[in-house]
Design a protein around this ligand. Structure first.
Ligand SMILES: Nc1nc2c(c(=O)[nH]1)N[C@H]1C(S)=C(S)[C@@H](COP(=O)(O)O)O[C@H]1N2
Ligand SMILES: [Mo]
Length: 360
């Protein structure tokens, strides 16, 4: 379905959602398109490159309607490697402490994947239309009518300063292939460093405005609340809008519950740094966080893309809980447990990752 391999696990068909098995993820720095996780909230619009147009309006001097071919011919093309991560990645760990609402997708560590995206810089398009003084946000809207409870499409916004950074793309290609329909083809936004909810697929509108988007998925979803807020007590205006990813690391192999041979065991996983920072170290603890040893970083740390890591440890026969954590160039800290970051929508789990395995 949608060009995915048999190794891709479908969590839901309508809307289509799924991802690779954690142990199949992170083998390569770039995730093959047929394994890249999918998060969608509505129908997949059938759009052709010929009928793909984007309206650029709002607080701009020269509003424009651009066809895909206008973007491809009128602006310099650019390729950026970026890891997309759903804010719901690792929700299953939050759910195990206190249940999420029924219907929530219980992602483990697989709602994250990396690609080389090709398109044009949003910054170049904004320069062409002329942003007016005082504007502060850039909003995006997709063509997936019916994605929102009010019948509208998926949308969201980013601060103007991020929108004017050259790495934010309007992308039509993914790993050298035309952007697959399930990933937003013909055209999507890619916002490196931010949670992927802002990387709007099937893009139809870019609006420069004073305030953040009032789209359902920005104003009533993808927000983080304190641990004591529930679906019954929530004041949607009080939540914190998700933007920059938070630095964390995950162990992919072995996976939770696996049995491995006692002795030398190879651990592998990813570490993702938020915003414009990059990973400086990944550490493993075998004794509940008392002592830590450094893992080898097997891909060069850079902003916007995950860093893959590997470590060899000696495990005696028995049950072991392994803990993984990361440090970044911004000096940010991870919470040791999910308790202090639990939130009823299950977003932004960046706690130390714990995996329990048996060595025999
Ligand atoms: N139009 C539209 N864009 C969207 C979404 C959506 O449902 N509709 N989902 C968002 C979310 S929450 C995520 S995590 C990413 C997933 O991108 P992917 O399916 O290419 O992995 O797309 C984002 N962009
Ligand atoms: Mo997401």
């Amino acid at each position: 379905m949608y060009g995915k391999t048999s190794a891709f696990t479908i969590h839901q068909t309508n809307p289509f959602n799924g991802g690779p098995q954690p142990r199949d993820l992170g083998r390569e720095a770039i995730t093959p398109n047929d394994l890249f996780y999918v998060r969608g909230h509505g129908p997949v619009p059938a759009l052709t490159p010929e009928d793909c147009t984007v309206v650029v309006d709002g607080r701009v001097s020269h509003p424009l309607t651009l066809r895909l071919s206008d973007l491809q011919r009128g602006f310099p093309a650019k390729t950026v490697e970026a890891t997309l991560q759903c804010a719901g990645n690792r929700r299953a760990e939050l759910h195990s402490v206190m249940s999420m609402q029924p219907g929530a997708l219980l992602w483990q560590t697989e709602a994250i994947s990396s690609a080389a995206w090709t398109g044009v810089s949003l910054a170049d398009v904004l320069t062409r239309v002329g942003v007016q003084d005082g504007a502060a946000h850039v909003a995006f809207l997709g063509a997936d009518h019916g994605a929102a409870p009010d019948g509208g499409s998926f949308g969201g916004s980013i601060p103007l300063s991020k929108a004017q950074s050259s790495e934010v793309l309007l992308a039509w290609a993914m790993n050298g292939e035309p952007l697959p329909p399930i990933h937003g083809g013909p055209l999507r936004v890619v916002v490196p460093g931010y949670y992927a909810a802002r990387s709007v697929k099937w893009l139809t509108h870019i609006t420069v405005q004073d305030a953040p988007s009032d789209n359902h998925f920005q104003s009533h979803d993808y927000k983080v609340f304190p641990s004591d807020v529930t679906a019954d007590t929530v004041d949607w205006d009080a939540g914190e809008m998700l933007n920059e990813q938070r630095t964390h690391a995950a162990l992919l192999s072995p996976a939770d519950g696996d049995t491995v041979g006692a002795g030398k065991v190879t651990l592998e996983g990813y570490a993702m740094a938020g915003g414009d920072s990059q990973i400086t170290s990944v550490e493993i603890s075998l004794d509940g966080g008392g002592s830590w040893r450094a893992a080898d970083l097997t891909t060069a740390p850079r902003p916007w893309v995950w860093t893959l890591w590997r470590a060899e440890v000696e495990l005696s026969a028995g049950e072991h809980t392994l803990i993984v954590r990361a440090s970044d160039s911004a000096g940010s800290a991870q919470p040791p447990t999910v308790d202090e970051i639990w939130n009823f929508r299950g977003y932004q789990n960046f706690a130390w990752h714990r995996v329990t395995i048996i060595a025999s």
